[in-house]
Design a protein around this ligand. Structure first.
Ligand code: NAD
Length: 361
């Protein structure tokens, strides 16, 4: 079916079927060498990290932007040679459905907005990349996964570390059980955040250190065991109650895995920390830094050094994901993986509410 026939036929369809019509239209597009990505939300991560990374990618390029700021739109158009027709705001965003330049919508907004924009992108028939944490709740994550399935588009979560060969190195140790069973894990992810009025400090926008940095400590434990935790105990605290009024500044949580492995995890907006230590039956592995943008490295008790060079973690992430979309292969970090973390995060908050009691996940 060519595009004209398709449009002719879709006009005969009722409004209720428009969603799947967009998905079908996406399926009829000719194959491209590079996919066009539209960034939604031009804050720190899009501006300082993703847009520069998109200058290094081989399978995708910065094709469009979604912003509420006309000034930002002008700057980005000039800087990255983005045509006016590929610039959207939050109100007219849904018309991105009619733009064949855009193959992927990358949602880089505060977490409480992820669900809305992922669902809208899916309904527009676009594949979606969504930043971590996937969303504030399991219910949100499930709705996002369903919207993408219903509209026959793929959903990838921006867990850049899983695309980093240095992190993949310890995932391989877990898979091959190189040193036997995991006994104990210590993982930590935090930095000093000096801001006092940011979404990271606001509950309604999905703030709190657990979703922001805690997921790196959690991922360390999950990826190093290759298992899903079954029990958790957690404690939240703050040293700056005047700033962290609604959400936690620091979270400590202990995880128990089906094999009996245990993890002690720390995350904070007040402490700089970035490491993973895994003790196995017959050896150990240490990573520091563990979840940085680059330069993650480590060593193992048998003398193995983990230190793979990487030009840009984010460029690798987006190229891996776009290659999977083009080749119709499995994504490295699909929506289901983002959901797994949020299920644990919800249990962590339940434990905090119960004064650190052991909670089933
Ligand atoms: P930011 O505050 O710098 O930018 C957020 C953007 O969202 C801004 O452009 C803001 O204008 C826009 N926005 C739209 N509606 C908004 C609203 N109602 N309230 C507040 N902002 C609104 O945040 P950021 O650091 O760029 O983070 C954005 C997302 O990227 C988050 O999900 C964050 O966790 C993620 N992130 C991921 C990494 C990573 O390493 N994967 C690193 C940084 C941030």
């Amino acid at each position: 079916m060519n595009r004209r026939n398709f449009l002719g036929q879709s006009a005969l369809l009722g409004a209720g079927t428009l969603v799947s019509a967009n998905a079908l239209l996406a399926a009829t597009r000719p194959a491209k060498e590079k996919l066009g990505i539209a960034l939604v939300g031009l804050g720190y991560y899009s501006t300082d990290v993703l847009a520069p990374a998109l200058q290094l990618t081989e399978k995708c390029y910065l094709a469009g932007i979604v912003t509420s700021s006309p000034d930002k739109a002008e700057n980005w158009k000039k800087k990255y040679n983005i045509p006016e027709k590929n610039v959207y705001n939050y109100q007219n965003f849904d018309s991105i459905a009619n733009n064949p330049d855009i193959d992927v919508v990358y949602v880089v907004l505060p977490p409480s907005l992820h669900r809305e924009y992922v669902v809208r992108a899916a309904k527009a028939g676009k594949h979606v990349f969504c930043e971590k944490p996937m969303a504030p709740s399991v219910v949100d994550c499930q709705a996002m996964i369903k919207a993408c399935k219903d509209n026959k588009v793929q959903l990838a979560i921006g867990y850049r570390c899983q695309h980093d060969p240095n992190i993949q190195a310890y995932m391989k140790v877990a898979k091959e059980k190189k040193f036997g069973k995991v006994q104990m894990i210590t993982s930590a992810a935090g930095y000093f955040d000096g801001r006092s009025n940011h979404w990271k400090q606001k509950k309604a926008l999905g703030g709190g250190v657990m979703g922001d940095m805690g997921v790196y400590a959690l991922q360390g434990a999950r990826l190093a065991t290759g298992e899903e935790p079954v029990n958790v105990m957690a404690w939240a605290s703050t040293t700056r109650p005047e700033i962290y009024k609604e959400v936690e500044e620091t979270m400590m949580f202990m995880l128990e895995f089906p094999s009996g492995a245990r993890a002690a995890c720390h995350t904070s907006f007040g402490i700089n920390m970035n490491h993973l230590i895994v003790n196995y039956e017959k050896g150990w592995l240490k990573m520091e830094p563990h979840s940085g943008y680059g330069g993650n490295k480590g060593s193992m008790s048998d003398g193995t050094i983990i230190d793979f060079p990487l030009k840009s973690q984010q460029a690798k992430q987006m190229d891996d994901d776009c290659m999977a979309l083009m080749n119709k292969t499995v994504l490295i970090v699909p929506g289901e993986e983002g959901l797994r973390d949020i299920r644990v995060v919800e249990a962590i908050y339940r434990s905090v509410q119960q004064g650190g009691k052991l909670v089933k996940i």
